[in-house]
Design a protein. Structure first.
Length: 139
């Protein structure tokens, strides 16, 4: 857990600040369940957006932030797999062992990171309720 001012404004959240060659963001874990759309609205109102994970370093930092075994919403959604914030990143970390993304029954358009599977990603129905990860951009 970090003591970033962003984190202090969100009750029940945990965060990690990532500063590096590619990153200048703070990821904030919100331990409250919402649908993907509700989580997106919450992140946009209180931070920047749902987390856009742009490389393996960021995915590893997010993995370290979360309790093991938890599935959490991130900002990727099925519209040719775009990021919620409109950012352009080709990084993907699908759980290939379970055939992800599989769009089961044609109803899985949002992405959760599965932390019982090393943070690999899975597509899920957007109306399911999960905890989620926001990010805030640092200047």
């Amino acid at each position: 857990m970090c003591w970033d001012p962003i984190c202090l404004t969100t009750a029940g959240s945990q965060c990690v600040r990532i500063l590096g060659q590619w990153s200048n963001v703070t990821f904030v874990f919100i331990n409250k369940t919402m649908t993907w759309t509700e989580a997106q609205s919450y992140c946009r109102a209180n931070h920047t957006d749902l987390a856009s994970v742009r490389n393996m370093e960021e995915n590893q930092k997010v993995t370290e932030l979360l309790p093991s075994g938890q599935d959490v919403w991130i900002g990727l959604f099925r519209d040719s797999w775009k990021w919620s914030d409109g950012s352009n990143s080709s990084f993907r970390y699908w759980n290939e062992e379970t055939g992800e993304p599989n769009n089961n029954l044609g109803k899985e358009a949002c992405v959760a990171a599965d932390f019982s599977s090393s943070g690999k990603w899975e597509d899920w129905p957007c109306n399911w309720r999960r905890a989620f990860i926001c990010y805030s951009r640092k200047s």
